[in-house]
Design a protein around this ligand. Structure first.
Ligand code: 2BA
Length: 109
């Protein structure tokens, strides 16, 4: 058995959970926060037999979009003035970050 851990954007999570559950997969949703943006995202845990891993990944690919996000960073005005000015930088977030890990034991009581 494998555990798929998928970090997705909040905007995609509802849709993705619906599609996965309708396809017969079980999903646990965790509310998480990205370390870089310090903004909310969603982590999904999906336990599946190995033969279904690619199917789940293709569902994630179907739903999760890459989005541009603007962050503000700072840079010195000129070398030695000690003055920093904020300026916007575009970054690309998502579609999804996916980890597939081996499950040693799966117990349901
Ligand atoms: P965050 O850490 O908030 O990162 C959001 C986006 O910021 C990233 O999108 C990436 O475009 C950018 N970014 C992150 N670290 C950066 C850095 N050191 N320099 C420049 N840009 C940086 P994604 O790569 O799509 O990642 C989305 C979210 O997935 C991340 O949110 C984090 O929560 C998770 N994630 C990504 N890679 C991970 C990893 N190796 N381990 C654990 N979580 C990861």
């Amino acid at each position: 058995m494998k555990l798929i851990v998928a970090i997705v954007q909040n905007e995609d999570s509802g849709n993705l959970i619906d599609i996965l559950t309708k396809s017969g997969f079980r999903v646990t949703k965790l509310a998480t926060t990205g370390g870089f943006l310090k903004a909310g995202n969603t982590t999904l845990m999906i336990g599946v037999e190995e033969k279904f891993v690619d199917k789940v990944i293709s569902k994630i690919e179907e739903v999760c979009r890459t989005r541009e996000q603007t962050i503000t960073t700072t840079a010195p005005v000129t070398g030695s003035t000690g003055i920093y000015v904020p300026y916007p930088v575009e970054i690309e977030v998502g579609g999804a970050t996916i980890f597939v890990v081996d499950v040693d034991k799966f117990i349901k009581i």
